[in-house]
Design a binder for this molecule. Structure first.
Ligand SMILES: Cc1cc2nc3c(=O)[nH]c(=O)nc-3n(C[C@H](O)[C@H](O)[C@H](O)COP(=O)(O)OP(=O)(O)OC[C@H]3O[C@@H](n4cnc5c(N)ncnc54)[C@H](O)[C@@H]3O)c2cc1C
Length: 480
């Protein structure tokens, strides 16, 4: 339960001092970008944005806020989809930006790890790994602006989960400032350490409700040397799942990406994204963007991929395929996939679902979900795309082409309910990688096991008894 209070001007002055030089923004034009989320669904107010540049300053700020019962909303790159980093409308919650904690503290190529402060962008972490001849495999469309602290706080997924796991799997340790200002140092970075509870996992995916992540020890991997990328026309999602299973077997589990792209998504990209070109000679209803890679020089990998695709063509599971012949062609294939959200924005309103079910059940789910959605929103366009290899698709609906935007948007609650009920029947998740934020608090209450909710509330209360950390996100701040 949140018992936060309105910070008075004297307290804001105290925060200004604790945040250090240039550490507090309160001019309306400076604060404005922090008052709205990436999708512009959530708007809020704040007395100030704090931008400390060291862990010690974050700790001093949280200790003061804990004592004064002032609510704190952490923000990373503000690219998340559920309103997690947006303050509420009360104007009493201070925003805490991690952007100035942007140093790489160490790189240890021999032990395959590096330590980055929370405000480093994901791209910065990838580039530092790359310059040490290593791979940090987390990869998202927002990687130029999202931060490693935000990635861990949302337990981000992305396009390499199939091979390397979610953000949670890519971390050896964290440094976290607790809501009362104490610093929890779990940065040792041992691969084996069974000394009691593994506390880092509490903060991963907690969306800033249990503390502030200030540094991350990331796992690195050998850099791929052989990398093959194919844009493949598959008969349907069922054929795609069969192809994925076969490829995993014959490549020695070298599949790093397996993304489903329906024709409608490709058409939107071709319509709206500059220089986008259809990779195949004619149109097909479904495609898969596939990447296989190994860290050794292995010309045989391309042959295995081509042979497997040929067999699938014989079985009529695949109709055609293009293999990237160069780096730029690979980038062009990736752009077709990564610009789908942007292209969809140009098509008017959309109603989005980020769902996961067991991969083998995904074809049936897409079929049933499509029928259901079209019954509720006749004329809508179903754009179900994404991380098929992880059993996670973004099941999005675009409004009917010449339809009324507001009328379509008014259907959203009914469609979300029907889709999420369907997901529950498939033993799936209504939030596979985007989290809860403020958008899905009610969904969590509706679909989560009540025992799990009790445990979450108990953890929240134990770590943050005054409810100052990101109130109203993930769990309701004042239930009942
Ligand atoms: C084009 C595009 C593509 C995307 N693709 C994917 C994808 O493939 N997979 C995926 O999972 N997501 C994807 N996302 C969503 C988003 O990029 C991720 O959720 C990302 O991990 C958020 O990082 P951020 O730094 O922007 O966090 P923010 O949006 O700033 O914050 C997210 C949450 O974490 C909290 N938080 C932030 N930093 C900290 C910290 N240091 N300590 C404690 N709490 C903190 C905030 O309070 C908030 O609740 C995409 C977004 C865009 C715009």
């Amino acid at each position: 339960v949140s018992t936060t209070r309105n910070p008075d001007p004297a307290f804001i002055d105290r925060l200004r001092e604790l945040a250090g030089p240039h550490g507090l923004l309160d001019a309306p034009e400076d604060v404005a970008p922090y008052l709205v989320d990436h999708r512009r669904l959530h708007h809020g107010r704040t007395p100030c944005v704090l931008r400390p540049d060291t862990t010690e300053r974050v700790a001093a700020i949280l200790a003061a806020c804990h004592e004064a019962r002032c609510a704190v909303v952490p923000v990373g790159g503000n690219t998340s989809y559920c309103g997690g980093p947006t303050p509420d409308a009360s104007g009493t919650q201070v925003v805490l930006s991690l952007a100035r904690l942007d140093r790489i503290r160490s790189v240890d190529a021999a032990d395959f790890q590096l330590v980055a402060e929370a405000g480093c962008t994901l791209r910065q972490v990838q580039e530092v790994a790359d310059s040490a001849d290593r791979l940090f495999p987390l990869s998202l469309g927002s990687e130029g602006s999202c931060q490693i602290g935000g990635n861990l706080s949302t337990n981000a997924g992305g396009t390499a989960v199939l091979r390397y796991g979610m953000a949670r799997d890519l971390v050896l340790g964290l440094e976290v400032v607790l809501p009362d200002g104490r610093v929890l140092d779990q940065l040792k970075g041992l691969r084996k350490d069974n000394t009691g509870y593994d506390l880092k996992h509490l903060f991963i995916g907690a969306e800033g409700t249990l503390g502030v992540i200030t540094a991350v020890r990331c796992k690195l991997f050998p850099r791929p040397v052989t990398l093959e990328t194919a844009f493949v026309a598959v008969r349907d999602p069922l054929a795609a799942v069969a192809l994925l299973e076969r490829l995993r077997e014959v490549t020695g589990d070298a599949v790093s990406t397996f993304e489903l792209v329906p024709r409608i998504a490709l058409e939107m990209v071709l319509r709206h994204i500059e220089r986008a070109a259809d990779p195949l000679d004619r149109a097909y209803p479904w495609y898969a963007l596939i990447e296989v890679s190994t860290s050794r020089d292995d010309p045989g990998l391309r042959e295995v991929l081509m042979a497997t695709l040929s067999e699938a063509i014989e079985r009529e599971e695949v109709a055609d395929a293009a293999l990237a012949a160069s780096g730029p062609q690979r980038d062009a294939f990736w752009r077709l996939r990564e610009t789908i959200p942007e292209a969809q924005r140009h098509e008017g309103a959309s109603i989005k679902h980020d769902v996961s079910v067991a991969p083998r059940r995904m074809p049936e789910f897409i079929r049933e979900g499509t029928e259901l959605a079209l019954r509720l929103a006749p004329g809508a366009r179903v754009v179900a795309y994404g991380h098929l290899g992880d059993g996670n698709v973004h099941f999005n609906l675009s409004q009917p082409p010449a339809g009324d935007r507001e009328a379509f948007e008014s259907l959203a609650p009914q469609i979300h309910r029907a889709m999420h009920d369907l997901v529950a029947r498939y033993d799936g998740s209504f939030s596979a990688e985007h989290g809860i934020g403020q958008l899905k608090v009610g969904e969590l209450e509706r679909y989560e096991d009540p025992v799990a909710l009790d445990v979450m509330r108990a953890i929240k209360h134990a770590l943050d008894p005054h409810g100052i950390m990101n109130p109203g996100k993930v769990l309701r701040s004042n239930p009942g």
